[in-house]
Design a protein around this ligand. Structure first.
Ligand code: NZQ
Ligand code: ZN
Length: 391
């Protein structure tokens, strides 16, 4: 194992009815004004809004609402939330939603207290948060990003056409309530793309140095197998609690820093998807489903031993008699077949891009950088060819 320091300051509460069970006592630790932040209204349709609002009222809180947080949250929306949090003297931000709501609220918790140019100082480049942000709590309603238990946030600057992510430990939520039952109302396509997103977080960590025996890779293989198994079960039977609860915790585990201990991590696939998302506003997990198999075909030779291990240990492909190169190829193609099996898009056209958008590909590729954690440092030309092959 390589050297590391591990810390995770988010207290996670997991399981059926955890919100009604724990939120009242948690709220007692915070001041009077709570900003209830949410997305496009799904929480009003599935009853979560009424439940949370009832608990807030019973706790005697003054509730300030911040709604309409869109998928792929924009910097403009962050500034809107920051202005509300600042003028209303919010004591706690309560983010109720998926990755988009959680990320937007992390960025709001920072922007509301920072007097400089928050884009320039923290999102355009990594900055140092050595001051207190507004306390943040999370009630997760759809899983996949893992944002509930880390300081990561991904924000899109629409004007600059940049979608960028940073992970600041100070942006970790103080608490996260994870009730798998809350995810039952998520549309099936989103449930699948979220689970696939979590699977890519595992792969983007696994396919990176060091590759000698280490605990992180061993845990990772168990998690990847768990996602494959439980996603299949959840597609066959959407209200299978075992499957849904495993998908929730596996996605949290993928991004709560535990898997990354001692690993360099790659995340080239995410760099490509974020660039695509900045121009097309595509669904994150679906964008990854299109790009990851194509990217892995480009690095399977450089990372042959690890891709071969992936084939046998994760997909159960028998290794006997096969060369490392054959097995590596089989591992990548098993992933591509899985994307098809679970019904996610396999090309940019299936993702919804139109013929007239094809000239955008060089523009999108030009905004991508090569990941230093990749098995192969890709040239700009190769980054572009990934988008072209994905067309
Ligand atoms: O807007 P609402 O009404 O909340 O509806 C959402 C949205 O339409 C809906 N939904 C959520 N919970 C629901 C529900 N619908 C019915 N019932 C429920 N219980 O699902 C849709 C998608 O929600 P969203 O939050 O956008 O999805 P996701 O969790 O996949 O988040 C995506 C965002 O997270 C970023 C992505 O780039 C994207 O911007 N990521 C954040 C990461 C992080 N912070 O560490 C890492 C990831 O790699 C990712 O980049
Ligand atoms: Zn992701």
């Amino acid at each position: 194992m390589e050297n590391f320091i591990f810390e995770n300051s988010t207290k996670a509460y997991f399981g059926k009815q955890c919100v009604s069970q724990y939120l009242p006592a948690i709220l007692a630790r915070y001041g009077k004004t709570v900003m209830l932040a949410y997305g496009g209204g799904s929480i009003k349709r599935n009853g979560i809004y009424d439940e949370v609002m009832g608990i807030l009222k019973d706790a005697g809180k003054t509730v300030v609402e911040f709604s309409g947080i869109m998928a792929n949250p924009t910097y403009a929306k962050v500034l809107e939330g920051a202005a509300i949090a600042d003028t209303q003297h919010v004591d706690l931000i309560l983010a109720v939603g998926g990755g988009s709501v959680m990320d937007c609220c992390k960025a709001v918790s920072l922007a509301a207290v920072y007097t400089g140019d928050v884009w320039q100082d923290f999102w355009a480049k990594a900055g140092t948060i050595d001051f207190s942000t507004i306390p943040l709590g999370i009630i997760m309603t759809t899983s996949g990003t893992g944002s509930e238990m880390n300081g990561g946030a991904v924000i899109t600057n629409e004007r600059l056409k940049v979608k960028t992510g940073r992970d600041y430990p100070r942006l970790n939520a103080q608490f996260a309530l994870l009730d798998p039952l809350y995810t039952y109302s998520v549309p099936q396509k989103q449930m699948i793309s979220g689970a696939f997103d979590s699977f890519t977080h595992m792969m983007e960590t696994y396919f990176s140095a060091p590759d000698d025996d280490n605990v992180s890779d061993s845990i990772n293989e168990a998690l990847m197998k768990s996602v494959i198994r439980n996603l299949r079960a959840a597609i066959a039977e959407p209200e299978n609690y075992t499957a849904r609860s495993n998908l929730v915790w596996a996605s949290t585990m993928a991004e709560n820093r535990i898997l990354k201990l001692g690993k360099q991590c790659d995340f080239q696939g995410h760099i490509l998807e974020h660039a695509l998302g900045a121009f097309t506003d595509c669904n994150h997990g679906c964008g990854l489903a299109v790009l990851l198999p194509v990217y892995y075909r480009h690095i399977k030779v450089a990372g042959a031993k690890k891709f071969a291990r992936f084939a046998t240990n994760v997909w159960g492909i028998p290794g006997k008699g096969a060369t490392t190169a054959q097995l590596a190829n089989d591992g990548v193609e098993a992933l591509a077949a899985f994307v098809k099996e679970i019904g996610l898009p396999t090309t940019l056209r299936e993702l919804g891009m139109k013929e007239e958008q094809k000239p955008l590909l060089p523009v999108i590729a030009a905004t991508c950088v090569a990941s230093p954690g990749s098995y192969k440092r890709l040239s700009q030309a190769e980054l572009l060819s990934i988008f072209e092959e994905a067309w």
